[in-house]
Design a protein around this ligand. Sequence first.
Ligand SMILES: [Zn+2]
Length: 145
Amino acid sequence: MKSSTFKPCPQSYIDNEAAATVKKPERKEGFYNSVLLFMLAFAMFVMGFVLLLIPVIGWILGPILIIGAMLLAFFCWVPGAFGFLKPANQRRLAGTKHHYRNMMQGNCPICDSLINIMPTKDTGTLNCPSCKQLLQFHGTTVTPK
Ligand SMILES: [Zn+2]
């Protein structure tokens, strides 16, 4: 029976994978916040022009709103302002790294594609994400089941 030997992933690989996993929902959040703020900026912009039609008080408040809207619209696109480049949540990152600590990498003995496994025990089974075949791992040895 064909088997393949898996190697523990280097720590840098695990760090990258963990960071990417933790970052994904934060990026999405940041994107939604930016979209919401952009819509708010647009509403302020329109309001500002409507206010310009009102003499005196509108001539003061209108430009303030328009300038505020432009600033807001500008900052929507500044990465980092709304979580795009915000440092990853350190506790979540540490937890994910811990979860990934035993990650091993090797080739599926059936379809030969590169796969990662995250054993929590010495022995177990997994499905190859590419060919969906059931595999058995024992230590660093992976065989079809
Ligand atoms: Zn496979």
